[in-house]
Design a protein around this ligand. Structure first.
Ligand code: BG6
Length: 479
């Protein structure tokens, strides 16, 4: 008997701003990523208030999924996808986020996309907000720091829930909501960058602003879940956490305690609110550390209680180490960096590869919450080389995924209720942290390069055929 459930949701994940392109087509407004230039592993991308002439903004064209979605969904169906995780680009529906009426052309695009998925037997899994905040809300309210955003977000949710109620069953309220617990979340997740132009790594960090903005996201998320449960009982509502697994660097009790605090602030703080419906006991200690006083309105805490999620999803790419007095070497990572683990190897971008950490993480999360889990991002960003005959032999990617899937199965054997797996960037797309095309994750290669050139043609990589077989055998054959 197969280890994974018969209805295991195999698929892949993307985000609208990282692949759609067509950034100003059919009435779309500009969002935060549309204001970001491209960078590299060593040169940070920049965010600019005004669009600079002769500067590349990678989300503007991305891989032009907007005009290639039929071909791309057909390729995913060929791999056997059961689910496709994508997001709705908020600014296609409400160009500034503040309109009274939605943009019909934007709605039509997702009608077509989700119908195309369904025609291929693929279930859409939709992230409502994946780093795509309308830029006008940054300018007017300093992003999620403004409480007004809760209402704008709800207007948007109500429109998309009603419009896609027969096409979409699985929803995630915010991508990696815990990005807001870390300085890097300021730009893409919270949009608290009113008037800021400069490298994304140099945005002044204001923890009190982040924590208040996060509170507004918690209330918005809970309101959306509550509204969905009341009006669309067929919907399944999930959260989404960027899980940064960390280990104590040594067995010194000081390091153990430091890591516990790190795990709480980085990983558990947000999901404790979204799954348990209340701030955890240790929240006050975090607030005190920053001298933060929460501004909550009457009713907020009831809303949090009434809007708890049905399933828990997370991204997992890497792990790192934590020490009380670190003099150890730093490792890179998505959103947050930590200390190097001498037992692990790292990707070309310095992300430490740790498949066993995924099993440990799944167990920790399930022990804590006992609701179904889904790994909605995982994968290896790598430089892919095309052979002379045009083939792409990405054995390193297969190796990474194979080991992670094996550990996922281990966690299921440990007792975890795992719904599905959607590796990140199933088709090559723009990297969120650096804005690069060169950092590729896909099973499908896209002819698009960092200088903006490329004819957008698609090619199956070696991993495409490997993943097809994995899905066909429900994860039994990983060779
Ligand atoms: C996650 C994000 O943090 O990591 C994605 O949800 C992102 O949007 C992914 O693309 C991988 O990070 P990067 O920087 O390699 O694209």
């Amino acid at each position: 008997m197969a280890i994974l459930r018969d209805d295991f949701l195999w698929g892949g994940a993307v985000a609208a701003n990282q692949l759609e392109g067509a950034w100003d087509v059919d009435g779309k407004g500009d969002s935060v990523p549309d204001h970001c230039t491209n960078g590299t592993h060593t040169t940070p991308k920049r965010v600019t208030v005004e669009f600079e002439p002769d500067t590349l903004y990678p989300s503007h064209d991305a891989i032009d999924f907007y005009h290639h979605y039929e071909e791309d969904i057909a390729l995913m169906a060929e791999m056997g996808f059961k689910v496709f995780r994508t997001s709705i680009n908020w600014t296609r529906i409400f160009p500034t986020g503040m309109e009274d009426e939605p943009n019909e052309k934007g709605l039509e695009f997702y009608d077509k996309l989700f119908t195309c998925c369904k025609d291929h037997g693929i279930e859409p899994l939709v992230t409502i907000s994946h780093y795509e905040l309308p830029y006008a809300l940054v300018e007017k309210y300093n992003g999620w720091y403004g409480r007004e955003l809760i209402d704008y977000y709800m207007n948007y949710c109500k429109v998309i829930f009603e419009r896609y109620k027969d096409l979409v069953k699985y929803w995630l309220t915010f991508n990696e909501i815990n990005a807001g617990t870390m300085p890097m979340g300021t730009v893409l997740s919270l949009g608290t960058i009113q008037g800021y132009s400069g490298p994304v790594t140099e945005v002044p960090d204001e923890p009190c602003v982040r924590l208040q903005a996060l509170h507004h996201q918690f209330v918005a998320s809970a309101l959306a879940v509550k509204y969905a449960h009341e009006n669309y009982p067929q919907f399944k509502m999930g959260n989404m956490i960027c899980f940064i697994t960390s280990y104590p660097l040594t067995c010194k009790p000081e390091d153990i305690l430091e890591n516990q605090a790190k795990m709480r602030e980085t990983n558990w703080y947000c999901s404790d609110v979204q799954v348990r419906g209340e701030y955890p006991a240790y929240a006050q200690a975090i607030w005190d550390k920053y001298g933060f006083e929460l501004k909550a309105e009457e009713g907020d805490f009831d809303i949090l209680k009434e809007g708890t999620v049905d399933f828990y999803t997370f991204s997992y790419y890497m792990s790192n180490c934590v020490a009380k007095n670190p003099d150890a070497e730093q490792a890179d990572g998505n959103i947050v960096a930590g200390l190097k683990n001498p037992y692990l190897e790292a990707s070309d971008w310095g992300w430490q590869i740790d498949p066993i950490g995924l099993r440990w993480t799944l167990n920790e999360i399930y022990d804590r919450y006992r609701i179904p889990l889904m790994v909605v991002e995982n994968g290896l960003g790598a430089f892919d080389k095309k052979e002379e005959d045009g083939s792409i032999n990405d054995d390193y990617r297969i190796d990474y995924l194979r080991k992670h899937i094996a550990e996922m199965k281990g966690a299921v054997e440990d007792g975890v209720d795992l719904m599905g797996y959607t590796p990140w960037g199933c088709i090559d797309l723009v990297a969120a942290s650096t804005g690069e095309m060169a950092k590729r994750y896909g099973f499908i290669y896209v002819e698009k390069y960092d200088d903006g050139t490329g004819d957008y043609s698609r090619k199956r990589k070696k991993s495409f055929f490997w993943y097809k077989k994995v899905i066909e055998t429900n994860g039994e054959d990983l060779d």
